[in-house]
Design a protein around this ligand. Structure first.
Ligand code: MG
Length: 374
């Protein structure tokens, strides 16, 4: 599925800029929601790391917010790009952290990859697994047969993260791909956040087979559509809300799936990243954390070149060279106003946004590199 409309285009704003599908009005400003999100959406599709937990610690307030959202009728599922663990293992981990979960509440990119393969291969087809147990179980659930040697002539190779991945298994995968097997990756995350920093993710390991074979995989995980489609399929969501901490996976995945999304600031993407978000990675809603599910979201209104939200007014001043902010109120409303001023212009840089973000108490994010929004 290609993704057009952002190939170097700098929109001149205006209502005409909101062309495209009816599901992407978030491109020009964060949206308002008169009631709590937990009442406007039936299922929250929650990313895990950076949303529910960070490394080994639960995000403060996450368990309480999910419990309260559930009591108001919003169901949730945990949707993860990591295919190394089984849903049961992830559910047990969440429960230990104080977030009660059943295996059926968890949707992994391994499951999405297995469904993708089952649609393309005959029942019982052999699939070489370059990855962990979660992936093997997901394949068996779809009637496919996991194998581990190219000599077994697998119809496909599926690669997912496993900390125990060996050269021998990568070599089997590369041989099978060279022999014509369909190549599928559970996800293409280049790095994996750990307590020590960013370690190699599945996307980096996939590059070993890409380099050896010249073949690129079909990817199931975020931001590609199959994983969110799998989550909607499994939950029966009519009006899903994707909740994530990363613009380039969770939020882009939501935009591409045509779903509304909430960016929470407890993980990778910062307030500065939100202001600088390129088209295609702009969330419908912004909140500090999962408590944002329980609240109405004030409208961002634009008039006379200014964007207003709560008590704040943001505008591009000095011939578009400075992102100015005036007013007072909740910091998150100020951030929403800044997005409403920055997104239509598409020309705001990190340096331009920094003073206004500092005024709201948002420290410099990791994207303070001066790149423009597009
Ligand atoms: Mg995350």
């Amino acid at each position: 599925m290609t993704h057009n409309g952002d190939a170097g285009v700098t929109d001149a704003a205006g209502p005409g800029a909101a062309r495209g599908t009816a599901t992407t009005p978030s491109a020009l400003a964060p949206r308002g929601c008169a009631g709590a999100l937990s009442e406007a959406y039936d299922v929250a599709l929650l990313d895990l790391d950076g949303v529910v937990y960070v490394g080994s610690a639960v995000v403060p307030g996450a368990a309480e917010a999910l419990r309260e959202a559930a009591s108001r009728g919003m169901r949730h599922a945990f949707v993860t790009n990591n295919a190394s663990r089984t849903p049961a293992a992830i559910a047990a981990h969440l429960t230990r952290l104080g977030v009660p979960a059943a295996a059926s509440d968890v949707v992994t990119s391994g499951q999405a990859a297995a469904r993708l393969l089952a649609r393309r291969l005959p029942a019982g087809a052999r699939v070489l697994v370059v990855g962990g147990n979660g992936l093997r179980i997901a394949l068996r659930e779809r009637g496919l047969r996991p194998v581990s040697a190219a000599a077994e002539r697998p119809a496909a190779v599926v690669q997912g993260f496993s900390p125990d991945l060996s050269y021998a298994l990568l070599a089997e995968g590369a041989l099978a791909v060279t022999n014509g097997a369909l190549f599928v990756a559970s996800n293409a995350d280049i790095t994996l956040p750990t307590a020590r920093g960013a370690e190699m993710g599945n996307g980096s390991l996939v590059q070993a087979i890409v380099a050896a074979t010249g073949q690129r995989p079909v990817v199931a995980g975020k931001p590609e559509p199959p994983l969110h489609a799998e989550a909607v399929h499994r939950t029966g969501a009519k009006r899903p809300l994707v909740v994530g901490d990363r613009l380039d996976t969770d939020i882009e995945g939501a935009v591409r799936a045509g779903a509304d999304s909430l960016l929470v600031l407890t993980g990778v993407s910062s307030a500065a990243d939100a202001v600088l978000a390129p088209r295609g990675q702009r969330p419908s809603y912004l909140a500090a954390d999962l408590a944002g599910l329980l609240e109405p979201h004030p409208e961002v209104t634009t008039a006379d070149g200014a964007a207003r939200c709560g008590g704040w007014t943001a505008r591009l001043d000095d011939d578009g060279k400075r992102l100015g902010l005036t007013g007072s109120g909740e910091a998150i409303d100020g951030l929403r106003a800044l997005c409403g001023a920055a997104w239509p212009a598409g020309t705001v840089t990190a340096a331009m946004a920094r003073p206004a973000l500092a005024e709201l108490g948002f420290a410099d994010g990791d994207s303070a590199d001066g790149d423009s929004a597009d």
